[in-house]
Design a protein around this ligand. Structure first.
Ligand code: SF4
Ligand code: SF4
Length: 125
């Protein structure tokens, strides 16, 4: 499974998926995940709290390292993620968070509405 290895400003799904539509994402088992976990590699300090406190054992410390030289967690069982955000609650550096698929759909729908509204106003807020 592909691991997040580079630091990026915008978080991306930690399973390496490049899809922008969670409704089309499927796991290796063929079922859609209930949640997605995102890792901000540049913030991670490799403490592994997220691994310890994930109730679904989705995460393990991987071999990839960030630019500070810390090992990053890897979502080795991404298909089991529920989006509960326990990993985010226990991360001391806001380097990881989970979101339920249904909530992600709402967030994306809201940001599309905001972008359209901004365009309709000639870019004014
Ligand atoms: S809890 Fe946060 S800082 Fe620690 S390994 Fe996980 S993502 Fe990195
Ligand atoms: S969102 Fe919950 S299930 Fe998913 S990786 Fe984080 S702690 Fe584990």
């Amino acid at each position: 499974m592909k691991q997040t290895t580079s630091a990026s400003r915008e978080p991306s799904p930690a399973d390496g998926s490049e899809s922008d539509d969670p409704q089309t994402e499927t796991t290796e088992k063929g079922s859609r995940p209930k949640g997605l976990v995102f890792i901000r590699a540049e913030r991670c300090k490799g403490c592994s709290f997220c691994v310890t406190f994930c109730p679904k054992n989705v995460l393990e410390m991987g071999t990839a390292i960030n630019e500070k030289g810390y090992h990053l967690p890897a979502p080795v069982r991404a298909e089991d993620c529920t989006g509960c955000n326990n990993c985010g609650v226990f991360c001391p550096d806001f380097a990881i968070f989970g979101i339920r698929e249904a909530d992600l759909v709402k967030v994306r729908a809201g940001s599309r509405r905001s972008a359209k509204s901004s365009c309709d106003n000639g870019g004014k807020p």
